[in-house]
Design a protein around this ligand. Sequence first.
Ligand SMILES: [Zn+2]
Length: 85
Amino acid sequence: MQDKPYFCPNCRSNRVKFSIMSNYSQRFLKDAITGVVEEMAEPVEVAQAEPHIQCMVCNFVGNEMRFVKQAEREPRTPSVVTSTY
Ligand SMILES: [Zn+2]
């Protein structure tokens, strides 16, 4: 995951709330006759070059780069306090 600002390219209102979609691999043994799962190993995370990010506002899921690129296109301008003269 990159340490860069995200901006949801779908709803364009969320820069804060996200969820990362990880792939896990979990090995298990099945009984050949009954089909019952007999043994379940610990889940192992599958490394991804580019993780999928979900927007927690509109539930849009996309590659991380889409969120990073959108934030670069429309960077958040720091709110400037206009001083009165
Ligand atoms: Zn969104």
